[in-house]
Ligand binder design. Structure first.
Ligand code: PLP
Length: 453
């Protein structure tokens, strides 16, 4: 099909993120125009159920009047200011207070960024700064995991454990180590129970720490439920074992709640669903339901006190972004947190989770599906060439992408992560809309099956 005018203008002028660039020139992008609730509409007027909340972020759906009004009000009062050099603003203060109220551990201070990547980058700088301040200048390496996703800035992409984020970008940088991915279906050995798998990979982590030396390792970073690595829900007992090992070695646990945070897994925070307490948290995305870019780092008192002492010695705390604490983001963030509470979004997610689990569970019987996994309102459907042996398709076949395309034809937006189809609908989705999502996905799976066999 020839490109429409708007598609042609797009490919003329945009470098698209996470896109097969050589194909886009011929196919052109799907250009979206407006959205309402869980639906978005393209320039031809076609309606799609947005089953990914954009990029796991528009948790309150599209066109929420309360969020729009909060933005309008803040823009007319104070459209911009910053927090550098001892300046302050009510929206930044208010949102920080609310984040402290709902945090899963005692939080002393909130540091704002504009994205999840910046939040994770900041976490690493702060871990280094903290260890210098407390007289442990050798304690600097960071442990992440295979298949982790922590963003795309130089350090966040280094923490990410996906080859596509490293290859030809000259990453990861030195000092970043990757330990096992806690995905039993893919990495469990033949006949190994989940408990045995947990013990084996926990043992690998201990061995890694011993090999490198605990006095050289500052922090471990993890998403409670892994998102962009393929929606991976670690087995029971995994995090308690990891926390035990980190504590014994004085290694900080940085909890990346960028996808999990604000209700997605049926609790305010993914760490609550997974049963652990971290030292620090990164959050973004649903913090503003994605209406405005905003990220935040939540920090304990010990780290803050070390920074104050360091400042006494060396002067200014030398880190901060022009848009860190942007009043628009903070006002919309505070309103989003209001709405999560007033509309009991966490309760909604819990209420819908059994239906989500039942419908995704049903897909496990499909001939193309090897594994399904979910937590709250986030799930993954892994497509395989052979169910019995768990053999994957050759990735160059693009089966996942073909399935996402088939979904699109059915009026459903989902995302292919390799051959795993990710599902992460706005948390305001109704029971009927959730059924519609899975009905359309079932049809798309049948279409894909007919193509690949
Ligand atoms: N951390 C996690 C767990 C994410 O899923 C993402 C983005 O998908 C990021 C960090 C990076 O966030 P951003 O794209 O806002 O930089």
């Amino acid at each position: 099909m020839p490109l429409t005018n708007v598609q042609a203008r797009d490919v003329q002028s945009l470098l698209h993120p996470y896109t097969q660039l050589h194909k886009l020139v011929d196919t052109g992008p799907l250009v979206l125009e407006h959205g309402k609730g869980v639906f978005i509409y393209d320039t031809q007027g076609k309606e799609y159920l947005e089953g990914m909340s954009g990029l796991w972020c528009a948790g309150l759906g599209f066109g929420d009047e309360e969020l729009i009004e909060a933005a309008r009000e803040q823009l007319s009062r104070l459209p911009y200011y910053h927090l550098f050099g001892g300046k302050g603003m009510e929206p930044a203060i208010e949102l920080a207070e609310r984040l402290k109220d709902i945090a899963p551990m005692p939080v002393s201070k909130v540091f704002y960024t504009s994205s999840g990547s910046e939040a994770n980058d900041t976490q690493i700088k702060l871990a280094w700064y903290y260890n210098n301040a407390r007289g442990k200048p050798q304690k600097k390496k960071i442990i992440s995991r295979v298949k982790a996703y922590h963003g795309v800035t130089v350090m966040a992409a280094s923490l990410t454990g996906l080859p596509g984020n490293h290859r030809d970008f000259d990453l990861p940088v030195a000092g970043v180590l990757h330990t096992d991915c806690p995905h039993h279906y893919r990495f469990g050995e033949a006949g190994e129970s989940e408990a045995e798998f947990v013990e084996r990979i926990a043992g690998n982590l201990e061995a890694l720490i011993e090999r490198e030396g605990a006095d050289t390792i500052a922090a471990f970073i993890a998403e409670p439920v892994m998102g962009a690595g393929g929606v991976i829900v670690p087995p029971q007992g995994y995090y308690p074992r990891i926390v035990e090992i980190l504590k014994a070695n004085d290694i900080l646990f940085i909890d990346d709640e960028v996808i999990n945070g604000f209700g997605r897994t049926g609790n305010w925070w993914g760490c609550q669903t997974m049963g652990f307490t971290p030292d620090t948290i990164s959050c973004a995305k649903q913090l503003t339901s994605a209406y405005v870019p905003l990220g935040a780092v939540l920090l304990p008192e010990e780290m803050y006190q070390a920074f104050v002492e360091q400042s006494r010695k060396i002067g200014t705390f030398g880190h901060g972004f022009t848009y860190g604490g942007h009043p628009l983001g903070c006002a919309v963030g505070a309103k989003a947190l209001d709405i999560y509470k007033s509309r009991d979004i966490v309760g909604r997610v819990r209420g819908l989770a059994p239906q989500f689990a039942a419908r995704i569970g049903r897909l496990a019987d499909h001939p193309l599906v090897g594994d399904v996994r979910c937590s709250g309102l986030v799930g993954g459907v892994e497509l395989v060439a052979d169910k019995a042996s768990r053999r994957s398709f050759d990735l160059t076949q693009g089966v996942g992408l073909a399935c996402a395309k088939a979904c699109e034809a059915e009026g459903l937006i989902l995302r292919a992560i390799g051959d795993t189809i990710a599902i992460c609908p706005p948390m305001v989705i109704s029971a009927e809309e959730l059924d519609m999502l899975f009905d359309r996905l079932e049809t798309a799976l049948d279409t894909t099956e007919a193509h690949v066999r």
